[in-house]
Design a protein around this ligand. Sequence first.
Ligand code: SAM
Length: 274
Amino acid sequence: MCGTLYVCATPIGNLSDISDRLRQTLETVDLVAAEDTRHTGNLLRHLGISKPCISYFTHNRRGHGEVIIKELLAGKNVALVSDAGTPAISDPGEELVQLCAEAGIPTVPIPGPCAAISALSVSGLITGRFVFEGFLSTQKKGRMDRLAELKNETRTIIFYEAPHKLVRTLADFEATFGADRQITLCREMTKLYEEIIRTTVGAALEKYTAQPPKGEFVLVVAGAKQKEESWENMTVEAHVAMYEKEGLSRMDAVKRVASDRGVAKREIYDAVMR
Ligand code: SAM
């Protein structure tokens, strides 16, 4: 029988975010596949756990991925961890999970910190529908092409960014989304200098141009405003129905339509009743 790949989220700063389940999983697996074995070695030492580790990162993912799959097929249980947060989210892991899926190897999530979701949860922006973009391309053209595709995105958009590229990215946001677009910058979450800054793209650009940013950032950008449907092309009935759908009573909807069209309420009321 083959083993299981446990995809383990680890703290994004504060070690108190280590869950009991993460600890138990690391204690019981046979092998830990780590983005950086030294970094994960510190985490294991903190937990008093001694385990064989194998490195698994972008540039050795093919070769080491095969070794890890062989171990799993031989019945070993493996924990996959990245340096911080959830593996496979702008971190190594996606391909290993795909290989497991192809080989019929069970994969189990050990949920925990994820910078994107932590930032979204405190952004103060709409959280019901969102898109995760991770890091933008370091190439100007790739970056601007991607942003152009997102210009009219109405869902909240989440980006990761390194501090030394923040000002450049905010300038690109301003060129694409406009200076007035709402943005929440989540800096150093769960750490000593944690900051949640709810502002506009223009104001953030001004702030960090004057005072170079430090630390890790997640940028949560408000989606574009939905274009209001123009009532000019609607029948009077559809115009009234639009306001009723927004929650207005029939009489209030009639009043609003009369005001929009600059006609008497009676005229609208009669048209609807007909
Ligand atoms: N897999 C990780 C996760 O689940 O969040 C993300 C890894 S990605 C390589 C690292 C990026 O995540 C950073 O550049 C930053 O944008 C964001 N990040 C990670 N920890 C953070 C923190 N404590 N505060 C703010 N952003 C953080």
